[in-house]
Write a protein that binds this ligand. Structure first.
Ligand SMILES: Cc1cc2nc3c(=O)[nH]c(=O)nc-3n(C[C@H](O)[C@H](O)[C@H](O)COP(=O)(O)OP(=O)(O)OC[C@H]3O[C@@H](n4cnc5c(N)ncnc54)[C@H](O)[C@@H]3O)c2cc1C
Length: 380
């Protein structure tokens, strides 16, 4: 795989994901959103059943947990294909933050918590959230500002604090909460598993953000009042585990964003290939060609950066991959935003439409996707 070529098996899997996304998920996007706003998940469940029937469910997980044991390089290929739709990852149960939380539980949870939380999460019977960020002066870009505290109380822990921007927290069944357990700068934080229904968990609100509401992509704000927590991965390992989760989590965002950029470029090609302006199709105007060429180049570069980082992770070089994963996220996020912004421009008035296309060429998804991408690209 070091030459970044996909094996025939992986190519075949990718084609099947792409087929499901293009034929069934993209045409259902507006329905998925409308149903979600009306409190239903009928179409989402039907699509998830299709993904299971195709043997494409949770492909990132090991085979013994029902996944495909793809490894990071395999995820790059499949997540990119899923990312063509903002709702794609949810259909295969690979969406953030559940996918990262599954990985974390896999490497840290004991048997009881695997049965209680991981198993239903893998089956999409429940969802989860990851609670690190706090309002200033608490933890943000700098996790060492952590203010949420956990105190030992007999054989368990009690957590007090204030968290916000916990994606999916409002609907989650459990939370993974970072809290301070000592003042040591390296080992002062721990992760805790928290039942969202614990009476001490106060869900203050879902913070209204510029992105459209997309299923569980709502940013919750919580106050914790003596919440009961169970240590995950050992006391004092919070910062280490957060770093461990961070690099692959960044990369999976990049994989999905590349897919969205691919689709956006396809939409542009379709529109400019037919739209006449000043006696020729838009494709024949040089400035338009330049936009597409620049965007195609940067998507390709982003893909190579992602694959490079994935290779490092597969070789056990997680620590060394950290700066590359930051560069990769910065490059891919900025590329996606420019691709979407150009798409809004190239589609003229249609580019500002807020709806998702029900058939190719009827409208673009560029405007809501830009708002989503701009919001998500500020996170980590
Ligand atoms: C859509 C969305 C989803 C999110 N989901 C989650 C989630 O599920 N769980 C969770 O815990 N958090 C989540 N977050 C929060 C996110 O991780 C934080 O916003 C991020 O870590 C930055 O922290 P902050 O917002 O406190 O910014 P601040 O720390 O206040 O930073 C402000 C600005 O300063 C910049 N900055 C900071 N340090 C430096 C430096 N050394 N040099 C130059 N610039 C610097 C930052 O990049 C930022 O632009 C989410 C945020 C968003 C927008």
């Amino acid at each position: 795989m070091s030459d970044f070529l996909l094996s025939p098996e992986l190519s075949e899997l990718r084609s099947r994901v792409r087929h499901l996304i293009d034929r069934e998920v993209i045409p259902a996007e507006q329905t998925l959103i409308d149903e979600d706003l009306a409190g239903s998940d009928q179409t989402l469940r039907a699509l998830q059943t299709r993904a299971r029937a195709e043997g494409l469910w949770t492909p990132h997980l090991p085979v013994e947990l029902g996944g495909l044991g793809l490894g990071v390089m395999g995820m790059c290929a499949l997540f990119r294909a899923m990312g063509r739709s903002l709702l794609g990852a949810k259909v295969f149960n690979c969406d953030a933050p559940d996918q990262g939380n599954m990985d974390l539980l896999l490497s840290t949870a004991d048997e009881e918590d695997r049965q209680r939380w991981l198993k239903p999460l893998v089956q999409a019977e429940i969802t989860s959230a990851f609670c690190m960020t706090e309002p200033a002066p608490g933890a943000g870009s700098d996790p060492s500002n952590l203010r949420t505290r956990a105190r030992q109380d007999g054989d368990h822990w009690r957590i007090d604090g204030h968290k916000w921007y916990s994606t999916g927290g409002g609907r989650a069944s459990f939370l993974i909460v970072m809290a301070r357990t000592s003042d040591d700068p390296r080992t002062g934080a721990s992760m805790f598993l928290v039942d969202r229904k614990d009476p001490g968990v106060e869900h203050l609100r879902d913070i209204p953000v510029m992105a459209p509401d997309l299923l569980t992509h709502r940013e919750a704000e919580f106050r914790f009042h003596g919440v009961r927590g169970k240590v995950l991965g050992g006391v004092g390992n919070g910062f280490r585990l957060a770093q461990k989760r961070l690099v692959p989590a960044r990369l999976t965002h990049c994989m999905r964003w590349l897919g969205l950029a691919d689709r956006t470029l396809d939409m542009c090609r379709e529109y400019i290939g037919t739209r006449m302006s000043f006696g020729k199709v838009l494709t024949e105007h040089q400035m338009v060609q330049l936009k597409l060429a620049t965007n195609a180049r940067d998507i390709h570069a982003g893909n190579l950066m992602t694959l490079h980082c994935a290779t490092m992770l597969e070789q056990g070089l997680a620590k060394e991959a950290r700066p590359y994963s930051s560069m990769c996220k910065d490059h891919v996020a900025n590329t996606l935003l420019r691709v979407l912004d150009d798409a809004i421009q190239l589609h003229g008035a249609l580019g500002t439409a807020r709806t998702f296309p029900s058939a190719p060429g009827t409208a673009t998804a560029a405007a809501p996707a830009w708002r989503m991408a701009r919001t998500r690209s500020t996170a980590w």
